[in-house]
Design a protein around this ligand. Structure first.
Ligand SMILES: Cc1cc2nc3c(=O)[nH]c(=O)nc-3n(C[C@H](O)[C@H](O)[C@H](O)COP(=O)(O)OP(=O)(O)OC[C@H]3O[C@@H](n4cnc5c(N)ncnc54)[C@H](O)[C@@H]3O)c2cc1C
Ligand SMILES: NC(=O)c1ccc[n+]([C@@H]2O[C@H](COP(=O)([O-])OP(=O)(O)OC[C@H]3O[C@@H](n4cnc5c(N)ncnc54)[C@H](OP(=O)(O)O)[C@@H]3O)[C@@H](O)[C@H]2O)c1
Length: 463
């Protein structure tokens, strides 16, 4: 047993109080491990609703995946855990406040923004980040529900990761196929009026370098409303690609699927979903709005990177969605690695000038960058909590461990904290809204309505 572990077994974990910032998978998995160790935990989120990208990222038609929220809910309902929604670190509460009220904190704030392409025309009207589009159809309260119309006939989706695949699938489905999902009513109305005919997914490298997973890719070929079209000439594999295929059976399966599709004859379905490779976006064209995408075709030269052939291709499109990865945002007061969009850390211990900062930890996407599925955050959170518990005996004690003190402070600042009963009221409202649509729930996107629902129960409660 290490010295730190021996020391931590001497401090009573029951007396420890830990704040977790972020109620996505990384935050909730961290809370689960801490609560198992009898530590008491406050999970703070800037939104009135819990679950992070499980609620505001996982695609609405992936019902099975969405049900991971049940496991997360069980953790947040635990006796050693409190949910404090509508509380933002950096706005309502500071790092100093956390140090004063808790033995330690774990920041699990995810990666809320998008990576940029850095090309001309990227900000033209009609060019959007996947982050915005996903947040819109997921009913994220930061995104106005009238932010999107679907008047474009051709939508170009840049990137060949799972987010690009999610977006392309949703744009290719008929609106009635999404009626039984939790998509907000206003979003469903826009999808019902969609004029989209062609959705073009664009990869800058070859098919062996696609980042999508087989299950997600395969779904595209099973769409009732769209023909999937793949130009055979773009399914090139070079030496680097062969190495990938040899090491990674999933990449081999993906290529087999794409080769199979490249032999299909379109059947005249209402929409066409194209998968294109070896096309590097060099500009979004248009004077006042998007009219197309300028692409530099490449050929593979052995290293897995495309070599510019010097040719140029214009793809007419009225909407461009950039699905080229998410990016973490700095947390006021904590160090930040601008290149990686993460908080510098060693196994979850925040590093200040290269040395671990007492009581400060990170987990999830803000710790390791925006990759990995929900389950990846379980190991990640366990690693962070292991470090925290190893350090427990050495942590500087907070000014107070009274759980009411932080609530009093927030109250004094006029912060309207959404506690678990508030979320339950929102949950009930959404579930009842779903009845009319035969849906599991219909999401409420408007922040004011969310807060009104959360506090209505309190207003009528006796006393
Ligand atoms: C579009 C999309 C679809 C995905 N679909 C799937 C899928 O189908 N299956 C799968 O396994 N994985 C999927 N993933 C990956 C999965 O969602 C991530 O691995 C996971 O959500 C990352 O967890 P996290 O807790 O680090 O971050 P998040 O889930 O982003 O949680 C971060 C939380 O922190 C809160 N927060 C941020 N800043 C503050 C602050 N200052 N104060 C207080 N709270 C704050 C946020 O509101 C949020 O609730 C998807 C990812 C994306 C982007
Ligand atoms: N159903 C699911 O399980 C699911 C759903 C959604 C997301 N997720 C997970 O969430 C994580 C994030 O997904 P993601 O799709 O955002 O990211 P991602 O997997 O990293 O994919 C990003 C894509 O963008 C491309 N790209 C980056 N910069 C580019 C540029 N300048 N020009 C053109 N293309 C560019 C990348 O190509 P290069 O490879 O050439 O860089 C890659 O194809 C992933 O781990 C993903 O698996 C899972």
């Amino acid at each position: 047993m290490s010295n730190a572990a021996a020391a931590s077994s001497e401090v009573s974990l029951r007396s420890l109080r830990v704040a977790i910032v972020g109620s996505g998978p990384a935050g909730v998995y961290s809370a689960a491990v801490l609560a198992e160790g009898d530590v008491s935990v406050d999970v703070i989120d800037r939104l009135p609703t819990p679950f992070g990208l499980v609620r505001y990222g996982v695609a609405p038609d992936h019902e099975k995946m969405k049900s991971v929220a049940v496991a997360l809910r069980n953790v947040l309902e635990g006796t050693r855990v409190r949910f404090l929604g509508n509380v933002e670190l950096g706005r309502d509460i500071s790092l100093d406040d956390l140090h004063r009220h808790y033995d330690a904190f774990i920041v699990a704030s995810g990666a809320a923004t998008d990576r940029r392409l850095g090309i001309e025309g990227e900000d033209l009207p009609g060019s959007f980040s996947a982050t915005d589009f996903v947040s819109w159809y997921s009913g994220h309260p930061d995104h106005p529900q009238d932010m999107f119309t679907l008047n474009a006939e051709t939508v170009a989706v840049i990137g060949v990761g799972n987010v690009a695949v999610d977006i392309a699938r949703l744009l290719s489905k008929a609106a009635h196929e999404l009626r039984s999902t939790d998509i907000p009513g206003d979003v469903l109305a826009v999808l019902t009026q969609s004029r989209v005919r062609d959705v073009v997914i664009i990869g800058r490298r070859g098919p062996a370098q696609g980042k999508f997973t087989t299950k997600e890719l395969r779904e595209l070929g099973e769409l009732a409303n769209a023909d999937v079209i793949v130009p055979p000439a773009e399914l090139q594999v070079d030496e680097a690609g062969e190495a990938v295929l040899k090491e990674n059976p999933a990449a081999r399966r993906n290529l087999d699927i794409l080769r199979d599709w490249s032999q299909r004859t379109p059947e005249g379905r209402p929409r066409r979903l194209h998968l294109r490779f070896l096309l590097r976006p060099i500009a979004v064209s248009g004077r006042t709005a998007v009219t197309g995408l300028e692409l530099a075709p490449g050929r593979l030269g052995g290293s897995g990177h495309a070599i510019d052939t010097g040719e140029r291709l214009h793809l007419p499109a009225q909407m461009v969605l950039r699905a080229v990865g998410y990016r973490g945002l700095p947390v006021p007061g904590l160090p930040f690695d601008k290149d990686r969009g993460t908080i510098p850390n060693s196994a979850g211990r925040v590093l200040r000038d290269g040395a671990p900062a007492p009581g400060e930890y990170v987990a999830g996407w803000i710790k390791r960058g925006p990759t990995g599925v929900v389950g990846t955050n379980k190991h990640d959170a366990s690693e962070t909590v292991r470090c925290l518990l190893e350090d427990a005996a050495l942590l500087p004690p907070p000014e107070t461990r009274d759980p009411d003190a932080i609530m009093a402070l927030l109250h004094q600042r006029g912060v309207r904290v959404v506690e678990w009963d508030g979320w339950e009221a929102i949950d009930a409202l959404e579930i009842s809204a779903g009845l009319a649509r035969n849906a599991r729930r219909v999401k409420v996107a408007d922040r004011k309505r969310l807060l009104a629902a959360a506090f209505a129960a309190r207003a009528v409660a006796p006393g």
